[in-house]
Every structure is written in structure tokens, then in C-alpha cells.
Design a binder for this molecule. Structure first.
Ligand code: MF3
Ligand code: CO
Ligand code: CO
Length: 277
């Protein structure tokens, strides 16, 4: 039978329609999300001091391909790598390179988006390279808490402003700052789609959340000031003040009563972890 494309009541803040996905889509997203989760579990098991971010990228690419997936970032807007690898003061979109060698005490975010049978699974985690300093641990936990709060607020009856507000509150409570230049996004059959999922907001404002919406929740929390700058490579975003920054990302789908996390780790390794490689 021909499937009709359905859209949410509200368009997003830029006037773009927001697609609603049905049960078969959720099944596809579950499978793509699982590959994303397994890739990050794998990253945790191979990251070790002395490794370069380019080496890590190649290993993750192999893992995704071995699981029948294609990395969405390859060739995306001229990006030439299978993952983004963002360490310490790099906020997001870190370009893998052999010039960056991970060292004990570092943090590193690995962001992967395998495409499986056309479905996108977008997820990232920030790992500790060796034993972290207390202040490092506090920052990474705050980023994970912010994502978790955004996910908890993601249910029909709420609005997108509730999601952003919940995330920003966590950063503020910990005396950290939220990056404002990047946001989460709708996804599904398209990498970056409506709606925009801002990492800040006013409660009770914005798009009304509905079952069938699929989007990422991906706050970036800085230990210092909020502003970022993008390097000449056009991608790598780092904090202006070189303070450290942490991020977590899940892809979720809204259900009648709440949400489903497509990129949840089957092994329960979603939160801050010391890499074991
Ligand atoms: N995975 C990133 C996100 O969370 C997007 C990376 S786009 C790239 O949306 F081209 F930088 F890889
Ligand atoms: Co994303
Ligand atoms: Co991502």
C-alpha cells in the first residue's frame, strides 16, 4: 500500500515542515541507531593514549562498513572523513588528523552517523583518555546530564522550548556555558532536517512535540565562556578561550507517551566512560 507522508502541526522556526515517521521507519531507525551505538562502544574499546584521531576515524569507518552501513559524513558538504573527533577544547566537527595524538587526561568526543538501508543513526559520546581530573569529570558529566534532561523533556504535550530550556538549565546549574552556534536537528531519511533543536529556550514556546517526530539531542557544554570559532579548515569548531568542551548526542523518536532512544548502547555504555583501548 502506498504510504502517505505526514507532517507535524507546526513548522519549525525556519518555516520548514516537520516530517512524522511511522512504525516501519522506527524499525529502520532502531537498526541504524544500533550500529551507531555499537560503533561508539567499539570506539571506547580502542581509544588509548598515543593514538591519533585519524587512526580512530579509520577504525570506526571499518566498523561501520563491517556492519553494512555507510558513514553519512563522507562527502557531506565537502567533509572527507567517516567521523568527527573533537578533543579537549574542540567543541564539535573535529576533523580527524594524524597531527593530533590523544594523551592521558584528555577527553575526546567521537560523533558517528552510519546510514543503514537509508536510515540515519546520529550519535556521539565524550570519552576519557585515561583517568580524568576531577574538574574534567564534572564537565563531561554535565554534558551528559544536559543531553539526558533534553531527552526527558522530549514528549508529546511539551514544546521544543522545553527541551532547550531543560538542557541549558543543567549547564547553568553547574556554572558552565552552553554553545549557542550549533543545535540538534531532525533526521530520519535525511541527515539534517527540520526541526532545529536549540540547546537553550523558553519553556512553553516553540514547536509542539508530536509522536513520530525524529530528532537529535546534542548539547555542547563549555567549562569557560560560550563563544566558539571555526578553524580555516571550515569545520573544526573550538572554544574561543580554549576552555574544554564536552558533548553527547542521541537520535530519538517521539512516541504517544514519551520517546524511544534509537542510539542507546545495548551494553549500557551511553554515559561518561574511561576508554579501555
Ligand atoms: N554528526 C554531526 C551532527 O551531529 C554532523 C557532522 S557533519 C560533518 O549533526 F560533515 F561535519 F561531519
Ligand atoms: Co547530529
Ligand atoms: Co552527530
Amino acid at each position: 500500500m502506498e504510504q502517505q507522508i505526514r507532517y507535524a502541526r507546526d513548522a519549525d522556526s525556519n518555516g520548514r515542515p516537520i516530517r512524522l515517521y511511522g512504525p516501519e521507519a522506527f524499525e529502520g531507525l532502531r537498526r541504524a541507531g544500533r550500529v551507531a551505538a555499537l560503533t561508539l562502544d567499539y570506539a571506547r574499546s580502542v581509544i588509548r593514549p598515543g593514538m591519533t584521531t585519524a587512526q580512530l576515524d579509520k577504525l570506526c569507518e571499518g566498523f561501520m562498513r563491517d556492519h553494512g552501513a555507510v558513514p553519512a559524513t563522507l562527502g557531506y558538504r565537502g567533509y572527507r572523513h567517516a567521523t568527527c573527533v573533537s578533543f579537549n577544547y574542540v567543541v564539535t566537527h573535529g576533523v580527524p588528523t594524524n597531527r593530533v595524538k590523544l594523551a592521558p587526561g584528555d577527553i575526546v568526543n567521537v560523533d558517528v552517523t552510519p546510514i543503514l538501508d537509508g536510515w540515519y543513526g546520529d550519535s556521539s559520546r565524550t570519552f576519557y583518555v585515561g583517568e580524568p581530573a576531577l574538574e574534567t569529570r564534572r564537565l563531561v558529566e554535565a554534558a551528559y546530564e544536559a543531553m539526558s534532561a533534553g531527552i526527558r523533556a522530549s514528549r508529546p504535550g511539551n514544546r521544543m522550548g522545553d527541551v532547550g530550556h531543560a538542557m541549558e538549565c543543567v549547564a547553568r546549574r553547574e556554572r558552565y556555558t552552553m554553545v549557542r552556534e550549533f543545535c540538534g536537528h531532525g533526521t530520519g531519511l535525511v541527515f539534517h532536517d527540520a526541526p532545529e533543536v536549540l540547546n537553550f529556550g523558553m519553556p512553553g514556546t516553540g514547536v509542539r512535540l508530536e509522536p513520530g517526530m525524529v530528532y537529535t539531542v546534542e548539547p555542547m557544554v563549555n567549562a569557560g565562556r560560550s563563544p566558539i570559532r571555526v578553524l580555516a579548515d571550515g569545520w573544526t569548531a573550538q572554544t574561543w578561550d580554549k576552555s574544554w568542551s564536552a558533548q553527547f548526542e542521541h537520535t530519538i523518536g517521539l512516541t504517544e507517551t514519551g520517546h524511544e532512544i534509537f542510539t542507546a548502547s545495548p551494553a549500557g555504555l551511553d554515559g561518561p566512560q574511561i576508554a579501555t583501548g
